[in-house]
Design a protein around this ligand. Structure first.
Ligand SMILES: *[C@@H]1O[C@H](CO)[C@@H](O)[C@H](O)[C@H]1NC(C)=O
Ligand SMILES: *[C@@H]1O[C@H](CO)[C@@H](O)[C@H](O)[C@H]1NC(C)=O
Ligand SMILES: *[C@@H]1O[C@H](CO)[C@@H](O)[C@H](O)[C@H]1NC(C)=O
Ligand SMILES: *[C@@H]1O[C@H](CO)[C@@H](O)[C@H](O)[C@H]1NC(C)=O
Ligand SMILES: *[C@@H]1O[C@H](CO)[C@@H](O)[C@H](O)[C@H]1NC(C)=O
Ligand SMILES: *[C@@H]1O[C@H](CO)[C@@H](O)[C@H](O)[C@H]1NC(C)=O
Length: 396
């Protein structure tokens, strides 16, 4: 009797355990299925997907045909003439009667200049690969007031001429190349530990920048990261995350699928808002989750630009900026980043007239402290599921 009751007890116990395991399995699998399918079938992705990048690979033959129409230099010359490069892409080669813009490596530039061999057929800039940076730096006499920097590019040789291997990419870089220096002000603050190491921060930011560039997006420093660069040429010591923005007219939502691939270097922690008016994601390096990067989509209106915020209960905010002129470049700890051409105007607008002074991040509220923030209504309850998604990596 005692023996059989023990068996019955064991059977019931085993059935109970099995039941629990089964239930857990069902809960886990259905929740991950519903999350996954909701994320991956996120229908705005298809609605907002861009046309794929036009194929702009130009054959060496076409390049040669175009270059043969130009005066030939007798020294290695990188063509930086945007009109000629555009003509090459469009296969509309023609003679030009003005001086052609070329760039010489600094060493050769110095040599030729010394021996007065530069001639009149060319408008000559010099360039170098500054040490401990990821960019090339150009100077020319015409634009002597400012330098230009662009990410280091691959170059194709064609006789003495050199041509950027990806001409379209070079033209995009060149548009944004005007260099602006940071102020390097000394900011008074109590001694404190740096939360994010500046060198590690820019390493991850540059990695994410490259990923965006491969999707034809040219992210800009934004918010506290822009302020830190401009004011102190660094990452503000008490800041706990990094900020990028991407202009809406460049934004290609298919980049999100990259963050779901097993090979991804960044995980997506958060996705907020709708792509057409309020989109924001937070990603963090797979191997360094303590360095989260917010990427805001920046939208233009008639007289201003804005990025959006959504809090955890679905309130919407707008951060206004002066209409954003995106076409300048900066050095942050040796890495190139794109910035507004009016950093002072933008940080003043966002942080007010006291932007030079430190505000501790701990009592800086992202929805009430900035001087450029305003409420922008509330998401409908029915929309919340779609517009607030967090911590995907724990589900995938
Ligand atoms: C390059 O050509 C110019 C004339 O166009 C000539 O004066 C100069 O000596 C040449 N330099 C070299 C290095 O051949
Ligand atoms: C290039 O030319 C500019 C102005 O002519 C000069 O100041 C600079 O030292 C040269 N070299 C580099 C690498 O910019
Ligand atoms: C900023 O100033 C400090 C010292 O005043 C200097 O060591 C540092 O190199 C400067 N940084 C930049 C980016 O100019
Ligand atoms: C954005 O898209 C959503 C969903 O398609 C739509 O309901 C909303 O009206 C759109 N907003 C704007 C500003 O176009
Ligand atoms: C934009 O600014 C101009 C000039 O300041 C003004 O006339 C116009 O009403 C503004 N437009 C909007 C939509 O605010
Ligand atoms: C930030 O904290 C300081 C002192 O802890 C306080 O005096 C100040 O009012 C706070 N500022 C804000 C915006 O809360």
């Amino acid at each position: 009797m005692r023996y059989s009751s023990r068996i019955i007890f064991l059977c019931i116990f085993a059935a109970f355990i099995l039941g629990v395991i089964l239930m857990l399995y069902i809960i886990i699998s259905t929740s991950s299925i519903s999350y996954k399918s909701r994320i991956k079938n996120f229908d705005v992705i298809s609605a907002f997907r861009r046309k794929s990048k036009p194929n702009t690979k130009v054959s060496l033959l076409t390049i040669r045909k175009c270059l043969d129409l130009l005066p030939q230099p007798n020294f290695t010359s990188l063509i930086i003439d945007t009109e000629i490069l555009q003509n090459i892409i469009e296969n509309k080669c023609r003679k030009v009667s003005r001086a052609i813009k070329i760039a010489l490596h600094d060493k050769m530039y110095q040599e030729l200049k010394r021996s007065d061999q530069l001639g009149r057929k060319f408008s000559i800039a010099n360039f170098s690969y500054p040490e401990d940076t990821d960019y090339m730096r150009f100077h020319d006499d015409e634009t002597g007031r400012f330098a230009r920097i662009i990410p280091r590019i691959k170059i194709r040789s064609c006789g003495e001429y050199q041509v950027p291997a990806d001409i379209l990419l070079f033209l995009e870089y060149w548009k944004r190349s005007r260099y602006i220096d940071c102020l390097n002000l000394t900011v008074e603050r109590k001694p404190m530990e740096q939360v994010l190491d500046p060198v590690i921060s820019v390493m991850h930011l540059a990695e994410l920048r490259n990923m965006f560039v491969s999707f034809n997006m040219y992210p800009l420093l934004n918010g506290g990261t822009l302020l830190g660069w401009y004011r102190e040429c660094s990452v503000i010591p008490h800041t706990t995350d990094l900020d990028f923005s991407v202009k809406y007219d460049e934004f290609d939502i298919s980049i999100i699928e990259e963050f779901w691939k097993p090979s991804t270097k960044f995980l997506m922690n958060r996705r907020l808002g709708m792509p057409n008016d309020s989109f924001e994601i937070t990603v963090s390096p797979v191997d360094n989750p303590g360095y989260p990067i917010d990427v805001f989509v920046m939208y233009d209106e008639t007289n201003h630009s804005y990025v959006s915020g959504t809090n955890h209960i679905g309130m919407k905010f707008r951060y206004k900026y002066p209409l954003y002129d995106r076409y300048c470049s900066a050095d942050l700890k040796g890495k190139l980043f794109w910035i507004t051409c009016d950093p002072e105007g933008v940080v003043k607008f966002e942080y007010g007239p006291m932007w030079m002074k430190d505000h501790n991040s701990k009592n800086f509220s992202w929805f009430s402290s900035s001087s450029n923030v305003e409420r922008n209504g509330h998401w409908d309850v029915a929309e919340l599921d779609d517009v607030i998604q967090a911590n995907f990596q724990q589900i995938n």
